[in-house]
Write a protein that binds this ligand. Sequence first.
Ligand SMILES: *[C@@H]1O[C@H](CO)[C@@H](O)[C@H](O)[C@H]1NC(C)=O
Ligand SMILES: *[C@@H]1O[C@H](CO)[C@@H](O)[C@H](O)[C@H]1NC(C)=O
Ligand SMILES: *[C@@H]1O[C@H](CO)[C@@H](O)[C@H](O)[C@H]1NC(C)=O
Length: 509
Amino acid sequence: MASSSSSSSSPAARCFTLTLFLLFTCSLAAPLRYQPSPSQLKLDSAKIAAKGQAERMIRSLNLFPKHEANVVFNDQSARDEPRISEKKISLNVSGGPGGGNGPSIKQFGHYAGYYSLPTTKAAKMFYFFFESRVNNSNAPVVIWLTGGPGCASELALFYENGPFQIRDDMSLQWNDYGWDQASNILYVDQPTGTGFSYTTDDSDIRHNETGVSNDLYSFLQEFFKGHSKYANNDFYITGESYAGHYIPALASRIYKGNKNNEGIHINLKGFAIGNGLTDPGIQYKAYPEYALAAKLITKADHDSITSNLVPPCQSAISACDSAGDDGCTEALSTCQEIFSSIMSIAGSINYYDIRKQCEGSLCYDFSRMEQFLGDDNVKSALGVKDIDFVSCSSVVHNAMMGDWMVDYETGIPTLLENGIKVLIYAGEYDLICNWMGNSNWVNAMKWSGQQKFQGASTVPFMAGNTKSGELKSYGPLAFLKVYNAGHMVPMDQPKAALQMLQGWMQGKI
Ligand SMILES: *[C@@H]1O[C@H](CO)[C@@H](O)[C@H](O)[C@H]1NC(C)=O
Ligand SMILES: *[C@@H]1O[C@H](CO)[C@@H](O)[C@H](O)[C@H]1NC(C)=O
Ligand SMILES: *[C@@H]1O[C@H](CO)[C@@H](O)[C@H](O)[C@H]1NC(C)=O
């Protein structure tokens, strides 16, 4: 990646390099892809800055996009294919789960597929589906959504909670704590243009959660048609980071679809958001609070940020609520000042895990995944044709800028009142979507159980004999702070994360 040259430079130089990269992307790629009108080309500097800051923040799952998005203009084959084309896959995994004496990989129900989205002009959504490792046909169906916006769910598959992980020598090994131990799990590359998902029409690039949730809802309809034996199983939505936007939007979309008898009833039981961005108003305000508690900044810094930068952010957010897309992009730019000023004090820490330094331009090294998914044998095994894997798409990301500051907490109370379980969890060392901001919005949320939730006592969360976090819950709502974890809880605490999923789905959390 071009950006790796900046790994030895100072943080300031790194930001500068990144800004240049973004300007390059905006001025070169945008006209090619979107053919905007001349007035659109005159992006004012504030907007470019907002995009730059947002992209810096989100190097969110922190990949420098090697490719901008999968918009393929010469896909001749697409038109004649069926709506869903799925194949059984058996990737080369050494041994069997738990050591080598178990069943062979061929005995597992592992699938990869493309779904032609009817809600788009020409988009195809790529997904993996792993049937439960314990061969339990009653196990719940879980969908995982990685954030970004614009980062592929394979990040979670291979580094967090998938059935296997990639070894240094590029072979796969079973993950003892894969979430397929407790569920039949789907990983979807979305919004369109992310991962192996692609389109031949760039108007399919999404700008808001209406588009995102309609695409996912129609995918799930077709998925359950094709896998009807799972249609009555419990269904849960899970994910991380920017999925704090996707998940409540999808849950509301499913709730509405069920209520209106739109298609197959989806047996939605709950959703879980890990280190998510859900209520930006409350969460941006919590940055100085968290940074002070974590000793990243002094009390004087905290007071100065809180009195100078928080109020403009709060009023910009109110303007966003009424002004739609452009107002929300402005709000992002204004609010991002809070985060930027904390980072300028905190230096080169990894803002996904403040115990660590941000090493290189990626903060984490996800190159094994890129190499693995770039392999022609792997691609052909997955049914992927002539396209490259886009781990995090800057085009998809930038297209969602107007969605960033929108509050998605607002739809959750209705879901709670209807018995849908909600688990908000957060690794304690993540700054960017920190546990304090998440705890604050969960406590501030108005619903019939609010007072009882606020008054509930915090109890230890045990993974085996280890105290792994602090849990507060009442009725369908639970908040869990996970110890010794950053932004990616299942990567840092795989055992606790699997136990959390299992316990929560079984109603023990
Ligand atoms: C799961 O059960 C089916 C039918 O009983 C069997 O054919 C299959 O091999 C089993 N798979 C595993 C991984 O044990
Ligand atoms: C969402 O984006 C689409 C364009 O992709 C637009 O037509 C629609 O009005 C937007 N909806 C909302 C609620 O902003
Ligand atoms: C699995 O291993 C075989 C034998 O080494 C190889 O031919 C095949 O291409 C591999 N499959 C994948 C998907 O890498």
